[in-house]
Design a binder for this molecule. Structure first.
Ligand SMILES: [Zn+2]
Length: 299
């Protein structure tokens, strides 16, 4: 899945606007938004075969189960990426779990698109990362926190794809990816002795979804403001459910919603974890900015 955000912005939730084209999210082929994003990305990225003098390296994770190849069009692999990737992978493995068998991931570092092409991008934003099957295309940049969020977000999508081919509902896939991204950015901030600031997107109040509307979304919202609200609220909902269930039980919940014929999102919460109407009201409050659990607030 692709992440977009305005060039040079601070790490705010509204930065992470996925391909908000009018594509339908389908469980079978992850989503056509991703395909649209890939086409979009490839339109302004140089073809990989032009990178004759590139560098590559391999890292392994999850006790050797994940073989990760990193390739770069430049002569070196950025140190920032090598130090951030293990933190992001650990967070993704912790919250999604390892793939069911040996898995290979290719991480292709991309050159930033030239300015004149960036200006033509959707919502005047720049594509920074995208996951498609076993490949992640990534702009590294020079901001450790943005990079941490970006890689972890895509690694979460990749691990969900490996572990649950039927895929979860849109809110859960994106919410979990951003939750894992935020956790990784938070850890990276502590490593770099920086503070992570994530103010809610502007105009959030005017663009909020209610709980059932959010959980039943089948397609990415078309407007930038609605899309920013969707990402913010999906992450907040995942954070709230994760806080109530804990990591292990959250993993079970994810598995249940990734079944080929999944139950409604509330059913397992009510039947297996005894959520009451009061709990559902509490979840409704957590997807509003005034009452949400702050990012990083559950440690
Ligand atoms: Zn995503």
């Amino acid at each position: 899945m692709a992440l977009f955000y305005p060039s040079g912005a601070t790490l705010v939730d509204s930065d992470f606007v996925e391909t908000a084209v009018s594509a339908t999210y389908s469980a079978a082929m992850s989503c056509s938004a991703r395909n649209a994003a890939i086409v979009f990305l490839l339109l302004f990225l140089p073809a990989p075969h032009l990178f004759a003098q590139g560098a590559s390296t391999r890292l392994s994770f999850a006790d050797g189960q994940i073989d990760c190849e990193i390739s770069s069009p430049q002569g070196t692999i950025p140190e920032l990426l090598l130090s951030t990737l293990p933190v992001a992978m650990n967070a993704a493995l912790e919250h999604v779990g390892p793939p069911p068998g040996p898995a290979r991931l290719v991480l292709r570092i991309q050159k930033p698109p030239p300015f004149y092409k960036r200006a033509r991008a959707l919502f005047r934003v720049e594509a920074f990362a995208i996951q498609k099957n076993d490949e992640i295309l990534l702009h590294v940049g020079d901001d450790p926190l943005k990079l941490a969020f970006r890689i972890a977000h895509e690694l979460s999508h990749w691990l969900v794809y490996k572990k649950h081919p039927a895929r979860p509902p849109l809110w859960l896939d994106e919410g979990l990816a951003s939750f894992v991204g935020a956790e990784t950015a938070d850890t990276t901030a502590r490593i770099h002795k920086q503070s992570l600031e994530r103010p809610p997107p502007s105009k959030l109040e005017k663009n909020l979804f209610d709980l059932d509307e959010l959980a039943s979304l089948q397609a990415y919202p078309k407007s930038a403001a609605r899309s920013a609200a969707f990402y913010w609220q999906a992450e907040a909902l995942v954070r709230a459910i994760h806080q109530r269930l804990g990591s292990t039980e959250f993993g079970h919940y994810l598995g249940l919603l990734c079944a080929s014929n999944p139950p409604p999102w509330q059913t397992p919460l009510r039947e297996r974890w005894y959520f009451s109407d009061w709990d559902m009201n509490w979840l409704s409050e957590q997807i509003r900015p005034s009452t949400a659990i702050p990012s990083g607030g559950e440690k």
